[in-house]
Design a protein around this ligand. Structure first.
Ligand SMILES: Cc1cc2nc3c(=O)[nH]c(=O)nc-3n(C[C@H](O)[C@H](O)[C@H](O)COP(=O)(O)OP(=O)(O)OC[C@H]3O[C@@H](n4cnc5c(N)ncnc54)[C@H](O)[C@@H]3O)c2cc1C
Length: 522
């Protein structure tokens, strides 16, 4: 076994081949500027110690259990650079003792009852696409991975309110496929869409790839149902409510620490009938950002408003002129887009930007979208070619945006020089708001084989410090997990931290749910 089923993003036929890597290498070297290395031989998965909890599992839960090495290894990693490097090296130390796959909500209740009695840590697992150490049982003894994959599907459609009830383990493609016959879509496309799940999105407060409007899962959630160790938590379906702090909000971003999200009602939409896209060139990233601010503050709400710096623009083939690229898009299932698109282009031109192309779905926009969806596949190939590649993201108010981006670029470039002998960092704005934006950074550097994890840890440290110093958040949509804890702990108000810990004690008195994520282990 090559291990692809553990660390690979796609099905077996997507596994990188030696010929494919050879063909890709010159392109990578040319676009990233990083000298590639001979493809890394992937180490086979080392045999794992036998499961210790399997024997003590009550017979009622046996059918849900798997102690197979591949299964445990697959559930022992998320999808961060660190996870993939370790898996490709065959160095999986912290893996769950068991994988349990509930088929019903009662199974979830039974698993949590058993886990509390045993003191067994339980890690809810959706698609396992966490990039922040959300699903790895780091430092936990004999943890159990609770895979929600069987608790999946569309349960109910309310066409009058245009809302849909989905089970927590439903993946993005499965949700869209089930909604298509109803003429509906969630219109929610995180880059991990192919693998991530509805429950995972809610648990991490995920964001889709649209830049404005209803782009956070928070905006789509109408109600949530979760099993906590001390009872079922279900909020009332409401379009809005002023009745105290929101029970939904408390589960949004709870990252598997308060309960297992078994289902949720989400707001759906008809499929768009009009689409318009444009690519606009900006002389610099800063000039582009100024134009984006004007655009958003003018009241326009483009579905896509992605500003990409010159480096990333060339890398993704969006624009190869050395300018920053602004990819704009409007969508509608109602009125035509003529007025808003014309106004958007006028604003861009007034701000000194150059319109490269515009019209129904511009070609550059298409190029960007396909690169976006294929990125996880490219990433695993880059790793095999010895390229350190990772992303991090934040959000900050407009008044501090330029300063933060400059500070982060400087700190990360310096760290890359110290740690890797060079490398580059690119930036794009993924989401924009009237009062600020979410810059998303990608790092490319030559990896030192055997030291990749330590290298990235140092660079990440520098990046995270610069984010906080620049007034940003440690994460805009990647969540906290175990990896962001040190900075999250500094970012959140202390009384809030105490309130969250108290809620955790109340809902999960034995402290079995995802210990070490968001909060210190109890
Ligand atoms: C290539 C790539 C691209 C990505 N792009 C985006 C993006 O565009 N936008 C974005 O927001 N994120 C993105 N992510 C991060 C990740 O996909 C999201 O955090 C996603 O929401 C995780 O969903 P999941 O189902 O894979 O959850 P998992 O990774 O399985 O779990 C994530 C966390 O949620 C908890 N959890 C999962 N399911 C449940 C449940 N049912 N009940 C309770 N807790 C649960 C887990 O315990 C864990 O703490 C990306 C990741 C990768 C690897």
């Amino acid at each position: 076994m090559s291990g692809y089923e553990v660390w690979g993003w796609g099905p077996a036929e997507e596994e990188p081949t030696a010929a494919g890597l050879d063909a890709l290498a010159p392109f990578v070297q040319q676009t990233t500027g990083v000298a590639v290395q001979a493809p890394r031989p992937v180490a086979p998965l080392a045999a794992l110690p036998p499961s210790r909890r399997l024997a003590s599992l009550p017979s009622s839960l046996r059918d849900l259990a798997s102690a197979a090495d591949v299964d445990r290894a697959r559930h022992g990693i998320g999808r961060s650079y660190r996870d993939l490097v370790r898996a490709q090296r065959g160095e999986l130390v912290d893996v769950p003792d068991l994988v349990l796959r509930p088929r019903t909500e009662q199974d979830v209740v039974d698993v949590l009852d058993w886990a509390q009695a045993q003191g067994a840590p339980v890690i809810p697992f959706g698609g396992g696409t966490s990039v922040v150490g959300g699903v790895e049982p780091i430092g936990l003894v004999d943890a159990v991975s609770l895979d929600l994959g069987r608790l999946a599907g569309l349960v109910e459609v309310d066409p009058t309110s245009r809302a849909v009830r989905l089970l927590g383990g439903t993946t993005g493609p499965a949700a869209e496929e089930a909604l298509r016959p109803h003429g509906l879509t969630l219109r929610f496309y995180p880059q991990s869409f192919e693998r991530s799940t509805v429950g995972g999105w809610v648990a991490t407060r995920a964001a889709g790839h649209f830049s404005t409007g209803q782009t956070h899962i928070d905006d789509l959630v109408e109600s949530v149902r979760a099993v906590t160790p001390t009872g079922v938590w279900e909020s009332r379906r409401l379009p809005g409510s002023g009745a105290g702090p929101s029970p939904d909000r408390m589960l949004l971003g709870s990252e598997g620490t308060l309960g297992v999200i078994t289902e949720t009602w989400l707001r759906a939409q008809p499929r768009p009938t009009h689409r318009w896209a444009a690519t606009v060139a900006a002389p610099t990233f800063e000039a582009g950002a100024a134009a984006v601010r004007l655009l958003i503050q003018s009241g326009l709400s483009p579905a896509t408003c992605r500003l990409v710096d010159p480096g990333e623009s060339a890398l993704t083939g969006t624009l190869t002129t050395g300018e920053a690229a602004l990819v704009l898009g409007f969508e509608s299932f109602g009125p035509s887009l003529d007025a808003e698109s014309a106004y958007a282009l006028e604003l861009c031109q007034d701000a000194g930007l150059r319109v490269v192309e515009s019209g129904p779905r511009g070609a550059s926009g298409e190029a960007w979208r396909s690169t976006f969806v294929r990125a996880p596949y490219l990433r695993e190939q880059l790793l095999l070619l010895g390229v350190l590649v990772e992303t991090f993201e934040t959000a900050v108010t407009w008044d501090r945006l330029d300063g933060l981006v400059a500070q982060v670029r400087a700190a990360v470039t310096d760290a890359l020089l110290q740690v890797c002998g060079g490398g580059r960092v690119t930036c794009r704005l993924t989401h924009v708001y009237p009062d600020g934006a979410a810059p998303y950074f990608t790092v490319f550097a030559p990896a030192r084989r055997g030291s990749e994890v330590a290298q990235w840890d140092e660079v990440k440290q520098a990046a995270a410090e610069a984010l906080l110093a620049g007034g940003g958040t440690i994460t805009h949509h990647h969540a906290v997990g175990r990896d962001h804890r040190p900075w999250y702990d500094r970012q959140r108000p202390d009384p809030f931290a105490r309130a969250l810990a108290a809620a955790k004690r109340e809902l999960d008195p034995a402290g079995v749910l995802n210990p070490g994520v968001l909060l210190p282990s109890m």
